[in-house]
Design a binder for this molecule. Structure first.
Ligand code: SAH
Length: 401
């Protein structure tokens, strides 16, 4: 049977020859062959040239997600097997396949598999599906994962609202093998971390921050550390292990703090965790004249849509201002931003504004992103969302000692 076609408008083909994987409705002229939602389609230029293969979804703003530029070959089990194998090969090359460790195995567009995220926590896998095309092929994807990784169990996690965006109905739950009972333990740079695969945020743990936590470990020795938005303790645990003078962790989620306390106790680390709303708590601590040698700000995504970017920027501005004011002279500030709609340049611009208002001098020590098991596709820069700035903040340059 001939494959259905999605025909582009004139002059709209260039991004797709350039291998961008998302086709928005505005680029499409018409359909041929009446594809159903989730069906494989061939994307063709207005003149009729075949460009790429993908999955169609009339209910999504990403009308077609493209996966393959081999226009003669179907996106079948062989295709998925090869893509997943290549993804696992990268993690093995990065030294991240220690059976007791954890890593991201598939990073959606970054691994050429738009809408599929798979994380490995020891012998367990969590899978997140954000496209209808992949949801329809869930069984096939799971078969490939079993064949390549032999997990003990696979657990499906969903993100609120995503099902609606794609017109699909997925529920959290085990999709293969055993279900992990309670939090499981993974190793990360000399620490043992409890991860709640079935209840924790995201797929259970923020693996993307793994390497940025090492930055913090490097700067923490002898300093009093404030880890705002600490979740299960990530940055603070590494700071404490690196001989920080003291560590305070703040989060508003009781579940996260429970895990954080368990992590600190299990690793023999003394950390004070407080349940608090970070903006209010930082302002309170500032009023009380508290100072820290290292402040980490790792908030959730503030900008969820283009319309909310301005508001998000002002949130980041307020946060950075509070963070900077809580620093001792010569203190270190680590600022993270996981809003894909906000760029590193914008983040630095905010630092610049805040520093000049507070009359501080800032030195950037590191501009980093997510750990390398979260690759970014060069043809889909949107697949890189995490930005992390590590800085030293001086009262005035040359006048700080
Ligand atoms: N730094 C963490 C990840 C942080 S995720 C790590 O390395 O693992 C963001 C965290 O911010 C979540 O745990 C969420 O519960 C918390 N959070 C979101 N908004 C908050 C607020 N206004 N005050 C306090 N915590 C908040």
């Amino acid at each position: 049977m001939a494959i259905a076609q999605v025909v582009l408008l004139p002059k709209k083909a260039r991004p797709f020859y350039g291998r961008h994987p998302w086709v928005f409705p505005g680029a499409i002229s018409h359909l041929e062959g009446g594809p159903e939602d989730g069906d494989e389609v061939l994307l063709v230029a207005h003149g009729g040239q075949a460009i790429a293969r993908g999955f169609y979804n009339s209910q999504s703003k990403l009308r077609v997600r493209l996966y393959s530029w081999e226009t003669e070959q179907s996106i079948d089990r062989t295709f998925f097997h090869a893509r997943i194998t290549a993804a696992v090969r990268l993690r093995a090359s990065l030294g991240l396949m220690d059976p007791a460790g954890a890593c991201r195995i598939i990073n959606s567009e970054g691994d050429g598999l738009s809408g599929l995220t798979v994380d490995r926590f020891g012998p367990w896998l969590t899978i997140q599906i954000t496209s209808l095309g992949i949801a329809r092929r869930k069984g096939m994807v799971i078969e490939c994962l079993l064949d390549i990784l032999h997990p003990r169990g696979i657990y499906l996690r969903t993100e609120k609202g995503v099902g609606q965006l794609e017109g699909m109905d997925l529920r959290d739950g085990p999709v293969w093998g055993e279900e992990p009972k309670g939090p499981i333990r993974i190793k990360e740079a000399g620490l043992e971390i409890f991860v709640h695969l079935t209840e924790g945020q995201k797929t259970g743990y923020y693996l993307d921050q793994r390497d940025n936590r090492q930055w913090v470990a490097r700067l923490a020795q002898g300093r009093s550390v404030l880890d705002a938005f600490c979740y299960s303790g990530g940055f603070g645990l590494h700071a404490a292990k690196a001989m920080a003078k003291s560590v305070v962790g703040l989060d508003q989620s009781e579940g996260a703090l429970e895990l954080a306390r368990k992590n600190a106790t299990h690793n023999g680390l003394g950390i004070e965790f407080h349940k608090a709303e970070v903006f209010g708590e930082l302002a309170k601590r500032k009023e009380a004249g508290e100072k820290y040698g290292l402040v980490i700000l790792d908030p959730p995504k503030f900008a969820r849509s283009r319309g909310s970017v301005e508001e998000a920027l002002s949130g980041y501005r307020r946060l950075q201002s509070l963070g900077m004011e809580l620093l001792e002279p010569d203190g270190f500030l680590v600022v993270c931003c996981c809003s894909g709609l906000i760029t590193m340049e914008q983040l630095e611009e905010i630092v610049h504004q805040v520093a000049s208002t507070l009359k501080r001098e800032v030195q950037i020590l590191g501009r980093t992103g997510a750990a390398p098991d979260h690759p970014i596709s060069i043809t889909c820069p949107e697949s890189g969302y995490l930005k992390c700035l590590t800085m030293r903040v001086l009262d005035k340059l040359g006048n700080s000692d």
